[in-house]
Design a protein around this ligand. Structure first.
Ligand code: 5AD
Ligand code: SF4
Length: 506
């Protein structure tokens, strides 16, 4: 992994201070979203293959290939990057005799993999810890750890307030988790929130051969250098860093050997990917084109991107890489130039709209998804009208919209806040428009033939659910389909968050 920048310490809150100096140089976005991409704010269940998610769920990776000894329960909050990290932590602990469980009762190790992107992050952690208290009291073998971005920002405070926490591990230190767990078993209370010189991905073991589903996340980039005025990510995840190409390709090949057909490349600012290759630095577009050579890999996606990192070669790749799916999550946050400037986004509304036009010229059927924040400090009704106008112009197929939430230590937290009722009203109006656009884009699919990668059984008898190229969830009732099948489907119907269809003949 290469890191490329150091920053001045600019946090106002010492708990969120960015460490500099010891870091080597090389976006969340990727950070959150709701599940299936409706324009509601963050309240859906995460499913792999979904763009950006800020949600809570527990994972179970039953097949670690190790003898069953100790049990690990991980509760994951937030984005796909956390989903990926939880998977890697489970794998690392799998090598130390841990098998994952979906039941916290009887677990020997409980990890809360936390998210700090929007409000009440720490409160959620404290209330979860409160719920775990009886388990801790009744099981002397149980160790409890807090991981993720809340751990990074407030780890020491959490340990001070909650002595039942046995270990704290920041997102850059997961490769040290087995050692931290051993120390916790020895009666210590280790806290590791450094940005270490060694890189976690290269320190983590090779991914074990698990019997997994047909889609997977693969983190290729971490951290963000953009410092949007509302966002905590540059402080909790640090400077941009990219994994070397060989390491990404090796992991992708291993996933494919284990049945994966679709890989979503992840990064907080993924299109700033700049990984070391054999002949120098490699861009995201080049990485994608290299991955296309992997036999058995059918689909590639990436998320989340910053508009200013949409380079010419990446735009072109949308027209020339057959495995790159016609879906792009490209947050804009606001349609008002005044607010974009205050957000430190580095682009205007017009520049964003032009960019979308260029991307659509390269791939006319691409589905555009976006992130929006309403009620950013000092946002007026005129600014909000600009956001509505931008949405009308772009026409989003999917979206994630949020009320601004002041994050301690970020520049915008110090500014004049918008009345929460005004912000709620704007959010409702925006979401009504975005939902209508999503529905329109789904209705457009009726009668069309799409490829669907089936992932799991649906609720109804013989029903299977998969994703189309445009990331629509598609339901098909047919008893012969199994997970992992990639089949042609004619769309017959559209529901609020999914499509229905039938297999085409032949
Ligand atoms: N308040 C509200 N929304 C936020 N996001 C990031 N930080 C904040 C905040 N402080 C949203 C942005 C980003 C997405 C992942 O989360 O829209 O793109
Ligand atoms: Fe995305 Fe901006 Fe946050 Fe970076 S600072 S992760 S670009 S919202």
């Amino acid at each position: 992994m290469s890191r490329s920048a150091t920053y001045p310490i600019r946090m106002l809150n010492p708990a969120l201070r960015l460490r500099t100096g010891s870091r080597r140089a090389g976006h969340p976005h990727g950070v959150c979203k709701t599940g299936r991409g409706s324009s509601r704010s963050c309240n859906r269940i995460v499913a792999p293959g979904v763009p950006v998610l800020y949600q809570t769920f527990s994972i179970s990776f039953e097949e670690t290939g190790m003898p069953e000894q100790k049990r690990l329960y991980i509760k994951t909050y937030g984005c796909q990057m956390n989903v990926y990290d939880s998977e890697r932590m489970a794998e690392a602990m799998g090598e130390h005799g841990y098998k994952t469980t979906s039941d916290p009762e009887g677990a020997d190790l409980i990890l809360l993999n936390t998210c700090h992107i929007r409000e009440k992050a720490a409160e959620k952690v404290y209330s979860e810890l409160g719920r775990l208290k009886p388990l801790k009291a009744s099981n002397p073998n149980l160790r409890i750890g807090v991981a993720g971005c809340v751990a990074q920002a407030e780890g020491a405070e959490i340990m001070r307030r909650q002595p039942m926490v046995d270990l704290v591990v920041g997102p850059q230190s997961y490769h040290r988790l087995p050692e931290l767990e051993a120390r916790a078993r020895n009666g210590e209370h280790p806290l590791d929130t450094e940005f270490p010189a060694e890189l976690k991905f290269e320190g983590l073991s090779r991914r074990p051969g698990t019997n997994r589903g047909p889609t997977a996340f693969l983190t290729v980039q971490e951290g963000c250098d953009r410092f949007c005025a509302f966002c905590v990510v540059p402080y909790t995840r640090g400077a941009e860093a990219s994994r070397p190409v060989s390491s990404v390709i090796a992991e992708a090949q291993r996933l494919v050997a284990n049945g994966v057909r679709e890989i979503t490349l992840l990064g907080q600012n993924v299109n700033a990917y700049n990984g070391e290759g054999r002949d120098g630095a490699v861009s995201l577009a080049k990485l994608i084109s290299g991955m296309e050579a992997i036999d058995g890999l059918d689909r590639i996606r990436y998320t989340t991107s910053h508009p200013n990192d949409m380079t010419d070669d990446l735009i072109e790749a949308h027209g020339t890489c057959p495995k790159l799916m016609p879906y792009l999550h490209l947050p804009v946050q606001s349609g008002s130039d005044r607010i974009l400037k205050r957000m430190n986004r580095g682009h205007t509304a017009k520049a964003y709209v032009r960019l979308i036009e260029r991307i659509r010229a390269a791939r006319p059927d691409i589905l555009i998804s976006g992130d929006f924040i309403v009620g950013f400090p000092e946002e007026t009704e005129v600014d909000f009208a600009d956001t509505m106008a931008l949405v009308e112009e772009v026409r989003y197929g999917q979206s994630y919209s949020f009320k601004y939430s002041a994050r301690p230590g970020t520049p915008a937290a110090e500014r004049d806040q918008v009345d929460p009722e005004v912000a709620s009203d704007r959010l409702e109006r925006l979401q009504t428009l975005l939902s209508r656009q999503q529905r329109d884009s789904q209705d457009d699919m009726i009668g069309r033939e799409v490829g669907v990668l089936f992932e799991r059984k649906g609720r109804k008898q013989d029903q299977m659910v998969g994703k189309s190229e445009h990331l629509h969830a598609v339901h098909v009732s047919n008893g012969n389909i199994v997970a992992g099948d990639l089949l042609r489907v004619r769309i017959t119907d559209s529901a609020p968050n999914s499509l229905a269809g039938e297999l085409t003949a032949g």
